[in-house]
Design a protein around this ligand. Structure first.
Ligand SMILES: Nc1ncnc2c1ncn2[C@@H]1O[C@H](COP(=O)(O)OP(=O)(O)OP(=O)(O)O)[C@@H](O)[C@H]1O
Length: 239
């Protein structure tokens, strides 16, 4: 589904350049549940933003379902995002002035669906995350875990084939984090491909595959070790 090969992304601030992705290569098959791990500043969010077409990249190749993602127009990028990608962020990013139902309705409005269809789909998405009893609460009236479940319902209401989650449990206590992970596992079992960044090895252990990022590149745990420096030849006669 995702085929990134030698992707580069440079942030420029005046004279300073940060090579946030420096030859990033990662392939994700349809149906995977992948955890992307790595220290702070290693490029995990940048990768997710590029994968989700929220940010452009500078070099390399990115194919999403076989379609090249370089040089897309803004209109094409948002059509692809709306059609196949859902996002979940560490900070939930709900709209404070809208109630739960209206927050989940936002992506459907963008698609221009009829009000009745939108309402049915939003209710179904909220039922899926166990929040049917909170439809008219504002985000500030919910716990962190509940807010993240609303955000997940919003991400899923458009039935994306790819869910990108950036530290989805980063602001939650361990109980709420476990609930979110249970929910992600269920979503994955339903056929959605999930790519999640996390610092937390315990959470990452729930994904089916883990990869590690350092300095804008993937560390390949299966890469052969570099050749050892040549050792001195044993003295004659010894094995
Ligand atoms: N908008 C930006 N402008 C300039 N530099 C940026 C910007 N966003 C990220 N960076 C830099 O790019 C590098 C990678 O950042 P990124 O947010 O991708 O890391 P991360 O692995 O997600 O970190 P964390 O785990 O702390 O969220 C960092 O050095 C960061 O300072």
């Amino acid at each position: 589904m995702i085929r990134m090969t030698s992707v580069t992304k440079v942030y420029r601030r005046g004279l300073f350049e940060t090579h946030a992705l420096a030859g990033f290569t990662l392939h994700v098959a349809r149906g995977e549940f992948l955890a992307v791990m790595g220290p702070s500043g290693s490029g995990k969010t940048t990768f997710l933003n590029v994968a989700g077409l929220l940010d452009p990249f500078d070099g390399g190749e990115y194919l999403l379902d076989g379609e090249p993602m370089q040089g897309l127009s803004d209109a094409r990028a948002s059509a692809i995002r709306n059609g196949k990608i859902g996002f979940v962020f560490q900070s939930f990013q709900l709209i404070a002035d809208l109630d739960v139902l209206d927050n989940v309705d936002v992506p459907l409005r963008v698609r221009g669906l009829a009000a009745r269809v939108r309402r049915e789909r939003a209710l179904r998405a909220l039922e899926g995350v166990g929040l049917s009893a909170r439809l008219h609460h504002r985000p500030s009236e919910l716990s962190g875990g509940q807010q993240q479940r609303v955000a997940i319902a919003r991400a899923l209401v458009g039935e994306p084939s790819l869910l990108l989650a950036d530290e989805p449990t980063g602001n939650l206590d361990s109980r709420a984090a476990r609930q979110i992970l249970d929910l992600l596992e269920r979503i994955h079992a339903g056929g959605t491909t999930i790519v999640m960044t996390t610092h937390d090895p315990e959470l990452a252990a729930r994904a089916r595959r883990r990869v590690h990022v350092l300095d804008g590149k993937l560390i390949d745990p299966w890469a052969p070790a570099p050749p050892a420096p040549p050792s001195e030849a044993p003295p004659e006669g010894l094995p």
